[in-house]
Write a protein that binds this ligand. Sequence first.
Ligand code: PLP
Length: 444
Amino acid sequence: MSSILHRVPGNKLPMATGGAGVWLQDAEGRRYLDASGGAAVSVLGHGHPRVIEAIKRQAENLAYAHTAFFANEPSEALAAFITERAPRGFGKVFFSSGGSEAVETALKLARQYHVARGDLTRTNFIARRQSYHGATLGALSVGGHTARRGPYEPLLAPCRFIPPCYAYRNLADGETLEEYGLRAANALEEEILQVGPDTVAAFIAEPVVGATLGAVPPAPGYLKRIREICDRYGVLFIADEVMCGMGRTGRLFAVDHDEVSPDIICVAKGLAGGYQPLGATVLSNRVYDAVTRDGGRFEHGHTYIGHAIACAAGLAVQQTISDDGLLDEVARKGPLLKRLLQDRLQPLGVVGDIRGRGFLIGVELVEDIATRRPFPASAKLNGLIKSAAMARGLIVYPGGGSVDGVNGDHILLAPPYIVSEQEMEEIVDRLASAIEACLPARVA
Ligand code: PLP
């Protein structure tokens, strides 16, 4: 009997005991192909010797020294590594222990930026529906994930929501993707005008929407237009790259694909690839300068920020990605995995859309391909597929509510960057078998 409050109490989970490469193993010796890197975390897979060695070395030297008293070498080195490769004008990093903390940090930085400039009325945030930015109350307040907001709704800070940029479901007849991208972005301007331009602190969005929509990249021109609108009204643009950043899309930062420079970027998951809990908020000089002008300081902190072992792990992960040319591998193999999925899954007759960038790929399942009608939420199809996949030794990340927060099923794939082509074929075979096994749910 476990003493842990598990996510689903009473659910008997296999005990993970080991991992090597893209495989995880449980106490009974069963092996699982980790096709989603957990929740898009394990960028180098499991048991990577270079990262393990870096963690050991750092633990022997220095595990922890509080950042109110000391700087430490791994956090300085990792911050320099990140800022050297971030979009131009991003010169500072604030480390934390995960994605939610990285987002909290960004929200507070945005507010402090405006306070420092005397713009005291800027208290509103605008975000998008069907998004996720974290579980803590601030991050949850700006998240458009209906189920996760659920019981906490009365506790959440006010936030305005615009629709996501989600071409599969919102492209109008005869509209080009570029036209749609502009139309979707213009919703931000309408919202800013409605709430009052002088009251808006920041707009937050995932450049490629992760788990909530299932790997949806922006339409061409969408983020550029978002940038223009933010500039016009003095609103900061926070890019939440917790899931899509650190190489997951084939570039280190997802916004690099769209040639857009936000004001603040949040990263986590792939930063240390699950070897240590680590998040980071990357600041543009514009934000840093405003907050620190005239002796100002950022009124924020956690006990474990800049943790030496966590940063040493992050540095080893990032150096490995760079030295082993893994960004190019993701850019090359992502489209290949998509093609394999298309060939193998389309014949099942329930795949409405396969999308994504690099190794962040979503498969949206529909009951009727012509009308895009989703399966009834009561069928819980995505959850059934998760279980069927696990029974076949495959880990995928299921999601529901893609259509409207309640209806819609998708499966997210986010394999480690080191996955081989043979393993990708294995992923696709096992996933096809799992989906097929669940299709009686259509008539449930
Ligand atoms: N932002 C995005 C885009 C995420 O996908 C997540 C987690 O899935 C978070 C923030 C929160 O990160 P964490 O779970 O590490 O707190």
